[in-house]
Design a protein around this ligand. Structure first.
Ligand SMILES: Nc1ncnc2c1ncn2[C@@H]1O[C@H](COP(=O)(O)OP(=O)(O)OP(=O)(O)O)[C@@H](O)[C@H]1O
Length: 250
């Protein structure tokens, strides 16, 4: 494994500025991300997990720090090319105008790639959506269907790093498991790195090798998943696990 992405002392200012100094939503976030790797991002609501992922995808601008993709700073890369390699999939999927098929085709076209129809069909099947009418207007899809189409749209770009924001949150448990399996296979076969925000600790334990725990305005713990769930190194980490699983074994 080699480091594909490095984040150095990353910080994002908070909108809710205090009276005196500028406050930060998160600061001093540093990590090396290997290729391929599976990372889950966990932590209480409002810790900035989504904002961190959006910043890593350059949908937000860092206020401090640097990010290096294959050793090159984001400041020296064209943001369009950065976003093609480091792809963010939002929790609230936004569909482009037109049909499901238009959505699948347009994203590849916008990023200058060719549309892989065979792969699209395979991914739809794996995501338990093979029965879906691809001529249907995308705006008429359910929340869970939109979420899966948004994910497939991104996979079709074959990014090196996938940043997933609670992508199974709107799905029933069977569809959620199908998407999990699809992502595990994708990671294995495509060698893609997956960084996944989830509030489902069992899902984090099932699908990641490394866990990032966000708390106290920073990336407080960055450990192997098995180590984090067995023995968080910080008091905040221990409290978080204790509160959420209340003695349940993961
Ligand atoms: N610069 C900023 N960018 C984004 N959110 C900000 C910023 N400054 C303050 N906030 C606030 O901080 C919180 C950050 O939200 P974010 O969605 O990133 O956290 P989260 O850990 O992913 O939460 P959740 O688990 O509930 O999705 C929000 O309440 C938002 O209003």
């Amino acid at each position: 494994m080699t480091a594909i992405l490095e984040i150095q002392q990353l910080a994002k200012k908070s909108w809710n500025k205090g009276n005196q100094e500028t406050s930060y939503l998160f600061a001093e976030v540093s990590a090396e991300i290997q290729q391929p790797e599976r990372i889950s991002v966990i932590g209480a609501s409002g810790q900035g997990k989504s904002t961190l992922l959006r910043t890593m995808a350059l949908l937000e601008t860092p206020d401090k720090g640097d990010m290096l993709y294959e050793g090159v700073s984001y400041l020296k890369k064209e943001s369009r090319l950065w976003r093609k390699q480091i792809c963010y999939v939002a929790q609230q999927a936004v569909m482009l105008p037109g049909s499901v098929e238009d959505n699948l085709r347009t994203t590849s076209r916008l990023h200058g790639g060719t549309y892989d129809e065979k792969l699209a069909a395979q991914l739809l099947e794996e995501a338990a959506m093979d029965g879906l009418d691809r001529n249907k207007n995308a705006s008429e899809l359910s929340g869970g269907e939109k979420q899966r189409i948004a994910l497939i749209r991104s996979l079709l770009l074959r990014p090196s790093v996938l940043l997933l924001d609670e992508v199974t949150a709107s799905l029933d448990s069977i569809s959620a498991r199908a998407v999990e399996q699809l992502l595990v296979r994708w990671h294995k076969e495509e060698g893609a790195t997956i960084i996944w925000v989830t509030h489902d600790l069992e899902q984090a334990a099932r699908t990641s090798d490394r866990t990032w725990f966000m708390s106290s305005g920073t990336l407080l713990e960055n450990q192997r998943t098995t180590d984090f769930f067995r023995q968080p190194t910080t008091e905040a980490g221990r409290d978080f696990i204790r509160l959420l699983v209340s003695g349940e074994k993961l």
